[in-house]
Design a protein around this ligand. Structure first.
Ligand SMILES: [Zn+2]
Length: 404
């Protein structure tokens, strides 16, 4: 068997395409495979499907293919424009590559598999290509898969923002809670992000009016965006964010008190944790403090009580519990705690909604950490568009349909 026949089989070429020659340069670590069609070959018209169109003219093109052992491999071919009796002169494509790509389909499939597992810059180094070329491939497959995405069944959505670049910019993520996938990622964290989500949802067979439950932090921008764009959605305020508001109040009380009470120094993380999560040393420190006389300790007890809200058996008992808690907190004479209690009061329904919806942003927090980890491994992304593509790739459960 001649080397060209072996390569022809390995490349699975079908008529009229054949391997015409192969040149191997061991020093350059490079294999060049020439592909050609026989004179007089006929081609199918890409517009009308007529099968017997002759070549009109050709343009030479080269594609990077999968490595040949440790050597880079390239395919080169004359790509014809054809003359169709009905449609006139038409460009054609070749079966091993997409139009306008400098890579073969199999090389692109390899790249897509690799970038799901490691930073694009690392893949670029390994395969010896500039990452700008790889980003073009990523955007192509992500955009195609996103275009196929079906959002018809979506009813429950979690929304949260995440830092995009060096903490100055944000993107907002919209997560389908049932299928645990990112439906939509968009720049910013204002009410307009929800409008953009509603449009995108509709463009993917979903219905903004069919959204029943939404989980968010207490951001007024998201509340406004939901009111205006997801008219039938009940809002649940995320547990984690609600507790954090009380926790921040405890920390403010501690900071103010520490100016007079030096024994509070070094206790910051004791008050931020739950008793069960304290280390032995922290436990001992807490036990040594005269807690009955500390404002910080009172604030801490109020925070722990707020967390107990979520152990209530029903929305009705929870409402009674929250009322008592609110009375206690607002009569605590601890300004930051009173402020936090007012915030809770303003978000009462959405906090209690949890007892019916039982949705939280834990899922989206997990996706956020995935995104942040990818971001830090990649040392940031040059553009929001690139970051969004990676978010979809890692967390969008995309149907990529990679060539095999
Ligand atoms: Zn035609």
């Amino acid at each position: 068997m001649r080397d060209t026949s072996l390569l022809q089989l390995a490349l699975a070429l079908t008529p009229p395409w054949t391997v015409s020659r192969a040149d191997f340069d061991a020093e350059a670590h490079r294999l060049d495979i020439q592909i050609d069609f026989a004179p007089g070959s006929r081609f199918t018209c890409p517009a009308c499907g007529a099968a017997d169109c002759p070549a009109y003219d050709t343009a030479r093109k080269t594609w990077r293919h999968l490595n040949f052992f440790q050597h880079q491999a390239y395919l080169t071919a004359r790509v014809p424009r054809i003359r169709c009796e009905t449609c006139g002169i038409k460009s054609t494509s070749v079966p091993w590559s997409r139009p306008d790509s400098g890579f073969t389909l199999l090389f692109e499939a390899l790249v897509m598999t690799m970038v799901s597992a490691m930073p694009v810059a690392a893949v670029a180094r390994i395969v010896g290509e500039h990452d700008t070329r790889l980003w073009r491939v990523i955007h192509h497959y992500v955009d195609q898969a996103r275009a196929r995405m079906d959002a018809a069944e979506v009813t429950d959505v979690a929304i949260d923002e995440t830092a995009a670049r060096r903490g100055h910019d944000y993107i907002t993520l919209f997560v389908d809670i049932d299928q645990a996938r990112v439906l939509f990622a968009t720049e910013g964290k204002d009410a307009d992000t929800v409008a953009a989500f509603a449009d995108d949802l509709a463009a993917h067979g979903g219905d903004p009016e069919a959204i029943e439950e939404v989980c968010i932090d207490m951001s007024p921008a998201f509340i406004k965006g939901i009111t205006e764009n997801l008219p039938n959605a009940a809002v649940t305020f995320d547990k984690f964010h609600a507790v954090k508001i009380i926790n921040d109040a405890v920390d403010q009380v501690r900071r103010a008190e520490q100016k007079r009470q030096s024994l509070l120094r070094g206790t910051r993380y004791i008050w931020l944790r739950n008793p069960a999560n304290l280390s032995e040393r922290q436990r001992a420190k807490l036990d040594s403090l005269p807690t009955r006389h500390l404002r910080t300790a009172r604030a801490y007890q109020i925070r722990l009580a707020f967390q107990d809200l979520y152990d209530q058996p029903s929305a009705a008992t929870a409402a009674g519990f929250l009322k008592k808690w609110h009375f206690w907190a607002t009569h605590s004479r601890l300004e930051p705690v009173i402020d936090a209690a007012h915030t809770v009061k303003r978000h009462w329904d959405g906090i209690l909604r949890w007892f019916d919806s039982k949705i939280a942003n834990g899922l989206i927090e997990g996706i956020n950490s995935l995104v942040q980890a990818a971001k830090s491994k990649a040392r940031g992304y040059r553009s929001i568009r690139n970051l969004k593509a990676i978010v979809y790739l890692l967390a969008g459960k995309l149907d990529l349909r990679l060539p095999a």
